[in-house]
Design a protein. Structure first.
Length: 275
C-alpha cells in the first residue's frame, strides 16, 4: 500500500476549516494579518460558537461574558485565540471514527499540545505556538488511517494486542509505512510549515532521524509525559526515565527534571472541545 492511497480518499480526510489551515500556514509569517483571520473566524458560525462557549467556561474565569470573537481577542490576546481556533478546528474535523474513542483521542492530543508548549517555554530553540500546534496534530496520521482504511487499522491493532509488538512495527508490517509517515504526507498536502511534518514523522525517535530537530525532541518529551500521566506513574519513576539526551537536543537544561511535577499537573482547558 502507498500513502497516496490514503490521501486520494478526499471525502474521508479530516474536514479542517480553511481559516484554521490558513492560520497554521502562517505560523512562520511575521507579517500575517491576524485581524483578517479573526474576521474569518467570526464568519464561521460553528467554529466561533465553539470558541465562545469555551472562552465563557469556568476554566478562563473571565469577569464578564464574551459575546464576539473580537471581544475574545481583546480579553485573551491573539496568542490565546490562535490556540482556541486551531484546537476547535481540529476537534470538529471528524465525528465518529471506527476503532478510536474520538473524545479520548482529542483530549490526549490537547494534553500533548499543552505539554509541548510547556517544554518549548523552557528553550529558545522552539516557538511555543508551533510546539502547541504540532502537539495537537502529532497523531493525525493514525486518525487518517482509521478514517481511510478502517479494516487495516483494526488488523494493526489486533497485531499489537495479540503479538505485543510496537505500533511502528505493526504498521510497517501491514502497510509498509507508519502513521507518522502518513501524518507528514497529510500536513505537506495541506501546505503546513515543513517543520511540523518533520516533527510529526520523527518525534518517536528524534535522535536517529537524518536531521535531528529541536521541535521533534520537544514533541517526544511531551508524548513521554503524556504516557506517564495516562499510566499514573509516580514522579520518581518519571524523573528516572526522563530522556535527558532528547531534552538536550531540544536545548532544554537537565534541571528541568526538578520541574516535572509541575508538568504533570498541567490541564489543557480544552477538553470541552472534544465532547
Amino acid at each position: 500500500m502507498e500513502i497516496k492511497e490514503l490521501l486520494n480518499q478526499t471525502n474521508k480526510l479530516p474536514n479542517v476549516p480553511e481559516v484554521v489551515r490558513e492560520l497554521i500556514q502562517a505560523l512562520n509569517n511575521p507579517n500575517v494579518d491576524y485581524d483578517q483571520i479573526a474576521q474569518k473566524v467570526s464568519e464561521d458560525q460553528t467554529l466561533s460558537l465553539k470558541i465562545l462557549r469555551l472562552v465563557n467556561s469556568a476554566h478562563f474565569g473571565l469577569s464578564r461574558k464574551v459575546s464576539s470573537i473580537d471581544e475574545a481577542t481583546v480579553m485573551l490576546g491573539m496568542g490565546q485565540l490562535k490556540t482556541l481556533v486551531i484546537a476547535s478546528g481540529f476537534a470538529g474535523s471528524v465525528k465518529d471514527v471506527d476503532g478510536i474513542d474520538i473524545k479520548t483521542f482529542w483530549a490526549e492530543s490537547f494534553r500533548v499540545a499543552t505539554l509541548a508548549r510547556w517544554f518549548a517555554d523552557h528553550t529558545k530553540q522552539v516557538e511555543s505556538d508551533i510546539a502547541f500546534t504540532t502537539g495537537i496534530i502529532h497523531n493525525i496520521g493514525r486518525l487518517l488511517l482509521h478514517l481511510a482504511q478502517p479494516n487495516r487499522a483494526k488488523a494493526i491493532q489486533t497485531l499489537i494486542d495479540e503479538q505485543k509488538v510496537s505500533r511502528t512495527k505493526a504498521e510497517l508490517e501491514r502497510l509498509g509505512f507508519t502513521s507518522q509517515d502518513a501524518g507528514q504526507a497529510l500536513l505537506d498536502m495541506w501546505k503546513f510549515p515543513p517543520d511540523l511534518g518533520i516533527a510529526v514523522k520523527n518525534y518517536k525517535a528524534p535522535l536517529v532521524s537524518e536531521s535531528p530537530q529541536p521541535l521533534s525532541a520537544v514533541l517526544h518529551l511531551a508524548s513521554y509525559m503524556n504516557d506517564c500521566i495516562r499510566e499514573s506513574r509516580n514522579l520518581a519513576d518519571v524523573q528516572e526515565h526522563f530522556p535527558r539526551d532528547i531534552a538536550a537536543l531540544a536545548g532544554i537544561n537537565s534541571d528541568i527534571i526538578d520541574s516535572l511535577a509541575d508538568a504533570m499537573k498541567l490541564e489543557s482547558g480544552l477538553d470541552g472541545l472534544a465532547a
